[in-house]
Ligand binder design. Structure first.
Ligand SMILES: [Zn+2]
Length: 363
């Protein structure tokens, strides 16, 4: 399944172009220099995108499912909350953007709820509850929409989707969407946009990674449906996928220019306060930021590269800039957002991003 990263010419056929803003940002031996170089490159990139002044044609985020997630990972080392679990709301993002080769539709983070349940971490959680697993499922993981329902609520058909993408492939089973072993996929025209590093990692996992990757989740997928990226890229002039390694080595983040500013989406942080811990009201988080000097709180379940993830989160919040709704926080739209729940007391987000919608859908 190994194949080459797409060339500039191949990407242009899809309305995608490589960008070089971050190419030399992480090569210095000094971590402090790397952090400040990435911060400066992110400021430059933010101005570049804002100056293009080309908002996406349409943007909507839709709730899919709340999943239980260990608090110790979600707010790594920062929270003093007793609850061992938090709820994170998995969302899907529908983004339409103009390109020189026409309007394109991207689904970011379309999670196959049933397929993803095979991920070892969730399987083990279920096994631990034994016969209680089924009733616990409703309590622990209430479903709001599956991808098919979300899509029809938005008003799109499967054949309208040009691209799907995920910030990384933890928990993802994408065979249903793209097809595998000659079985047809649900999205007949969609191609996966993925970093070459993430695609390679998924086929060659070490034990620290295995708990979080869905076994066989990419098996038998036609390489012709996968666009491998080896660089940050612009999607038309309205959105971008920027390399944000750390949470996984092949992580990337979605940047979308909207009427409410540049929204940046990934799972590097689980909440707006992960990027502004100094303003958090969750027990422990503000003190953690003060006592350590850390600017961000990592979502650290595997910590493939802790320093890189730290730098990537500073990158994300610098690109995002301040939220229009509350400038104490950055304009981040986490793809899995910490969401309060009576079952997990003490974990109420200080600033909740929630679902969003901008622009007009084209069909
Ligand atoms: Zn992850």
């Amino acid at each position: 399944m190994t194949h080459q990263a797409a060339t500039q010419e191949q990407l242009e056929m899809h309305g995608i172009t490589k960008i070089s803003h971050f190419n030399k940002a992480r090569i210095d031996l000094s971590p402090r220099t790397r952090l400040e170089t990435v911060r400066k490159s992110s400021e430059d990139f933010r101005h570049y995108m804002l100056n293009l002044d080309k908002p996406v044609a349409f943007y909507q985020s839709i709730d899919l499912i709340r999943v239980p997630y260990p608090t110790k990972y979600g707010l790594l080392n920062a929270s003093k909350v007793w609850s061992p679990f938090m709820h994170i709301m998995n969302r899907m993002f529908v983004v339409q953007f103009e390109t020189p080769v026409g309007l394109k539709t991207l689904l970011f983070s379309p999670s196959d709820i049933q397929g993803n349940a095979e991920t070892p971490f969730f399987k083990n959680l279920d096994a631990a509850w034994g016969p209680l697993a089924k009733p616990m499922g409703k309590f622990m993981a209430p479903i709001y929409n599956d991808v098919e329902q979300a899509l029809s609520k938005v008003g799109l058909r499967p054949e309208d989707i040009d691209f799907i993408s995920y910030d990384h492939l933890h928990t993802q089973d994408i065979r249903k969407w793209l097809g595998s072993n000659k079985q047809k996929g649900y999205f007949p025209n969609a191609k996966l946009l993925v970093m070459q590093q993430e695609w390679t990692s998924t086929q060659s996992l070490l034990p620290p990674q295995q708990q979080w990757y869905c076994p066989n989740g990419i098996d038998g997928i036609d390489p012709g449906k996968v666009i491998l990226l080896d660089s940050s890229v612009m999607l038309g002039e309205s959105a971008a996928l920027v390399q944000t390694p750390g949470h996984t080595e092949g992580n990337h983040s979605l940047v979308a220019n909207t009427p409410d500013g540049l929204f940046v989406t990934s799972e590097n942080g689980v909440s707006a306060e992960s990027y502004s811990p100094q303003h958090s009201n969750i027990s422990g988080v503000r003190q953690f930021a003060r006592s350590t000097g850390m600017e961000v709180v990592l979502n650290g379940n595997t910590l493939e590269g802790g320093l890189d993830q730290y730098i990537s989160m500073v990158m994300e919040k610098t690109i995002a800039g301040p939220s229009k709704r509350n400038p104490d926080f950055s304009n981040i739209a986490p793809s899995s957002e910490l969401t309060s729940y009576w079952g997990f007391p003490g974990l109420k987000p200080t600033f909740y991003v929630g679902q969003m919608k901008f622009g007009t859908l084209s069909k």
